[in-house]
Design a protein around this ligand. Sequence first.
Ligand code: TPP
Ligand code: SF4
Length: 481
Amino acid sequence: MSAPVYEPYLRKPKTFYEQYERKSGDPTVTHYCPGCGHGELHKMIAEAIEDLEIADRTVFISPVGCSVFAYYYFDTGNVQAAHGRAPAVGTGVQRARPHSIVISYQGDGDLAAIGLNEILQAANRGEHMAVFFVNNAIYGMTGGQMAPTTLPGMHTTTSPGGRDPRKAGNPLRLCELISQLDAPVYVARGALSGPKHILRTRKLVRKALQAQVERRGFTFVEVLSACPTGWGMNPPDAHKWILEKMAEFFPLEVFVDKTDSEPEPFEIPEEPPAEKLHELLRISTAGQVTFSPSQPVEPKYANPRIKVAGFGGQGVLLLGLGLAQCGMMEGRKVSWLPSYGPEMRGGTAHCHVNVSDHEIGSPLISRPTVVVAMNQPSLEKFEPQLVEGGLLIVNTSMVPKEPSRSDLDVLKIPASDMAKELGNPRAANMIILGAYAAYTGMIGKETALASLNTLIKRKHLVDLNRKAIELGWEFGTKARG
Ligand SMILES: Cc1ncc(C[n+]2csc(CCOP(=O)(O)OP(=O)(O)O)c2C)c(N)n1
Ligand code: SF4
């Protein structure tokens, strides 16, 4: 007699990675605490994605909180969003790629505190996304502080005497709030405790995702979930507490279900052909020629990581763009990342520019090899960040102070004064571009001049900027010796 073959009951859904990349430890287990609801809900979502066959078009958005770790587990598209911002990121994803299935997976600190406005606005707009809201009544990741969903009288690290509704208000009931809006098509609350409720919650999860497949609109499933660590309970007690205490305040109901109504007609828009990309992004290729690097580059100047800094109005960002533009024209990989001060005018501005013969891992630069300081505060802020022996270019017209380090390669240039003499102080940035190009050999003169066709939108200013580059080039050549 042959042995019976049993279908494995507890199977790992295919939506999960085979191994979980983590900082340390066993890569086959999750790092969630024993009894934590995140793991249970992850599994329900993963199974539904597998059964609905949507893994290849699902984008899972995990913001801050214990939910952030979702990208370690889900073999789908993943985006990590800033605290509370998953619905905004999801909106962008859905609108750019309407064929995608967007999941916004958020904790109660994330969704009901810092992200409350985001979720209400997204729900009110009826964005096409499934929101899974893990309500464990506290901030789990940071050690159990009071959340907007903390029960009256509940002890947390920030309400050691118990939540007092007279001071902290009553807990927010998100399902009830969201179901007041017209747009949401499905709003329901489940609990992760005991087989009956776990099976019911599994159904709610599926329904919310099925509605996305049918492109019906905004779906919201709140899940009462245990955080034994934050609650200071063992897992069985925590699970009991969900039904005995939490469910009393947060009723387990389906609040809205319009998933039977006619879905809005939808056709997946065609992808634009790659040749059209320039047009779509409004990138001008007019007058662009590819130049080969004209001078040998000393290893210390090759693959620069550049920070250009100054105050608003000095053309700091344009100088950064110019460096990237020239690098691109000479066939290199480039990135440009601007950073603005909060003021519209007169504030500080800086940008990060990578020009490299290799793929660029990140546009963000923390240890630059080149710093351009257009004013005094920029010197003070960015000189310390330079790598040992890095190149510091100082606009001495605006920087009276001497650099403080002695290990640096310093190019001092009175760029603003030179630009004034040329007829326009705003041309200081292009003088520096010319000087940098000649001093380091990283950019050919012909390339720098030709980049102006793309960089300078007001054509009557091209001539002035051309002169500025020439002037800078002369200065840089002399300084190089
Ligand atoms: C802008 C910002 N503010 C605060 C924090 C600190 N912080 C990290 S996680 C968290 C709360 C997360 O709680 P919740 O959303 O309930 O998720 P849980 O960890 O309980 O699953 C906070 C306040 C942060 N990372 N970023
Ligand atoms: S701290 Fe709480 S929410 Fe975070 S993993 Fe542990 S049990 Fe889960």
